[in-house]
Design a protein around this ligand. Structure first.
Ligand code: GLA
Length: 694
């Protein structure tokens, strides 16, 4: 049984880990344990008690509460802050009962003793991936509005010595997923997005360790927030030897009017534990995101995307010429990017009018789609549904549909404004217009872009508090996308926001893939992909070979970098020489053979790009019988001489006998993992080697 009750504690066990919490003698719901699964139920500690610390810190300050609220003597960051109709801003929650939705889903029912506020804490286990999902649901059981000013999804509690360091991913446009490992000191460390998307700046992923975990060893507690709008993470190190990591919706500029009878559901925060370092933490997340999302992971086709080749200079003939070469290379999907719709000759017009531009496509998209099909590929298209250019028919008809304040100028970015997707009429318009586009044309793939962040987050005539827009907008995106996904179940979807501006577990419920960055330089990608892979699996990571660093790096190297994810091509194929096209065709054929291992296998980051610029990655299938090793050299003391790059493999069966391409002898898994191998590579060189159990 993954969930059991023992002595007023709930024991939640996955294959290797346990998460235990319970009611202490004072009736507070507190965390007891989160770590390696133990043999017996009585092995786990009992719920801790405390009478506080002098007259200054009450029990709430000293104890790891499961869902701390702002009330009583609470000075730490709370998960919940609310104001009742009579102006009381003090929330107390006491345990009422527990129930199970199923064998892996526990719900604790809490209630304010005086006010009609019910809070359900949800715990859903994924035993195979050692993952626990948590979220809270607030319900107003009275007849007056309750103002909710903060509603985070979960507080993850750890003893301070275990959580002295926080790993996180930060960046900016064109420079996403920089991995930072930073010591936690007393006080609160905050990461957030106020941008109406999860953001390029900080990704809603975290890992905590005691400061000594490595890629291969050490205890790591890690997690994500499954939400694609503004969010917040607070890591608070208390004076009482504990660390609490709170995560959820951002409460910046936020207030939710919880109406009588209404339930407010927070997004899911999922987390896990491993004693095997950051690499194992990533693999658990990858497995979870590959196997537990609503849509089954398919093997992604090799695609061509026309953006970097043509920018806005799109025409039916130009696209067909690119498609012909793409097909010769072995590409399976041709994607026409921006520039195809009404008036879209530059970035200052057209967004919102999702019809083919008649000057570029006088007979619609059908002739081009037919041509692409005849070439043996399927057809994909770029969209940016949430946006509108002031120079568009949509904006001229509905200037009130954008986020704005009537008294303020509307700040454009890339000449565009954001439609207010919190509005049901805007959602309906998008569903209708995109449904027409998708039913009139045989489209197999959509790249859904979002090329700016919010400004003037006003919602005139909002039915409730206009600050609810922070949640309703994202829910609106989910609703539109989900409706389209349900109506057109065969379409493969990609999430893009000027690169990795909306890369999160929430969007992965809708998108099969993510475009991690507009930076397509292979050198930059090695770093970006390493960061991305901390949280998200290779099948979700679209990676194109483009003309960036064409004159600095070989096509082999650039292909190898992109073959570490879901391979695509984004260069101007018209300018590729015959030799380049032959090389590309060879790599594409090779990729098709190894793609199940790369896209659906386990990733071992054998060497880190961040460490010395010479990364190595191993992808292993679930049976540990087939693997693909990638090794890259980008830095060396002597650029003219080969650098011996030593690599120790991981994840193999120690007693299995493995043969590695280019190596003379079969060796045991133990030998590959302990002695490893040395590959002499010069800067700019790379290798792809397959390994097989014989
Ligand atoms: C964004 C995307 C690019 C491309 C352009 C088109 O920047 O990240 O890949 O689609 O928009 O305008």
């Amino acid at each position: 049984m993954p969930i059991s009750v023992y002595n007023r504690t709930w024991i939640l066990e996955t294959e290797h880990s346990a998460y235990v919490f319970g009611l202490n003698r004072a009736g507070m719901l507190v965390n007891c344990f989160w770590g390696n699964r133990l043999p017996a139920r009585h092995d786990y500690p009992e719920p801790p008690d405390s009478s506080g610390w002098a007259s200054f810190d009450g029990p709430a300050q000293c104890l790891p509460e499961e869902y701390p609220c702002y009330g009583g003597m609470s000075y730490h960051e709370p998960c919940l802050k609310a104001c009742f109709a009579d102006g009381v801003r003090d929330v107390r929650l006491s345990f009422q009962s527990a129930s199970q939705a199923d064998a892996e889903h526990l719900v604790l029912h809490l209630h304010d003793p005086y006010y009609p506020l019910a809070v359900d804490l949800h715990y859903r286990l994924h035993p195979q991936c050692d993952i626990l999902e948590r979220w809270a649901e607030l319900r107003n059981e009275g007849n007056a509005i309750i103002q909710v000013e903060r509603a985070l999804s979960a507080a993850w509690q750890l003893p301070g010595p275990s959580a002295q360091r926080l790993s996180h991913l930060s960046g900016r446009w064109n420079d996403e997923f920089n991995l930072h490992r930073q010591p936690l000191t007393p006080g609160v460390f905050q990461l957030e997005s106020r941008r109406m998307s999860s953001s390029h700046q900080h990704n809603p992923w975290f890992a905590l360790d005691n400061g000594s975990a490595t890629e291969e060893s050490g205890q790591v507690w890690f997690g994500l927030l499954s939400w694609s709008g503004s969010w917040k993470l607070l890591a608070e190190t208390t004076p009482f030897s504990s660390t609490r990591l709170l995560i959820g919706l951002n409460d910046w500029d936020f207030c939710w009017q919880l109406h009588p009878g209404e339930t407010f559901t927070c997004p899911v925060s999922l987390a896990g534990y491993t004693q095997n370092g950051f690499g194992a933490a990533s693999r658990l997340l990858h497995t979870h995101l590959r196997t537990q999302l609503p849509h089954a992971p398919a093997l992604h086709k090799v695609l061509y995307n026309s953006w970097e080749a043509t920018l806005f200079d799109v025409s039916a003939e130009g696209q067909a010429k690119l498609a012909e070469i793409a097909a010769q290379l072995g590409v399976e999907r041709f994607v026409m990017d921006d520039g195809w719709f009404l008036g879209r000759h530059h970035d200052a017009a057209g967004l919102g009018d999702w019809k083919p531009d008649p000057t570029k496509f006088p007979h619609g998209l059908t002739p081009l789609i037919r041509r692409v099909h005849d070439l043996g590929m399927d057809f994909g298209l770029w969209l940016e549904p949430e946006m509108v250019n002031p120079n568009s028919d949509l904006y001229r008809a509905h200037p009130d549909w954008v986020l704005h304040y009537p008294t303020r100028p509307r700040t454009t970015a890339r000449n565009q404004l954001m439609l207010n997707l919190a509005r049901p009429d805007v959602q309906e318009y998008l569903i209708q217009s995109l449904s027409s586009l998708l039913s009139e044309n045989d489209i197999a793939f959509i790249k859904w872009d979002m090329n700016r962040n919010v400004s003037e987050a006003g919602w005139p005539d909002a039915p409730g508090d206009p600050r609810q827009v922070w949640v309703e907008y994202t829910r609106g995106v989910y609703h539109v996308w989900n409706t389209l996904r349900t109506r057109f179940p065969n379409i493969v979807w990609q999430s893009c926001s000027g690169g990795g501006g909306r890369a999160d577990a929430g969007i992965l419920h809708l998108a099969d893939q993510i475009w991690p960055s507009d930076n397509t330089s292979a050198l930059a990608r090695l770093r970006i992909q390493e960061g991305f892979s901390q949280a998200y699996p290779a099948n979700t990571m679209e990676a194109w070979v483009t003309d960036a660093d064409r004159h600095q790096l070989s096509l082999d190297f650039r292909f190898h970098v992109s073959m570490c994810g879901s391979l695509g091509i984004g260069g101007n194929l018209l300018a590729w020489s015959t030799a380049e096209r032959l090389t590309a065709a060879r790599h594409i054929a090779r990729y098709k053979a190894i793609r199940p291992i790369v896209q659906l296998g386990d990733l071992y980051r054998l060497r880190s790009f961040a460490a010395d610029g010479n990364p190595a990655l191993l992808y292993l299938d679930q049976d540990r019988a087939h693997g693909v090793l990638f090794a890259f050299c980008t830095r060396a003391d002597n650029p003219a001489a080969p650098t011996p790059i030593s690599i120790r493999l991981q994840g193999l069966l120690p007693d299995g006998l493995y043969m590695m391409e280019s190596q003379p002898l079969a060796r045991s898994g133990a030998s590959w993992m302990q002695q490893g191998l040395t590959l002499p590579l010069k800067p700019g060189e790379s290798l792809l080697l397959q390994i097989e159990r014989v």
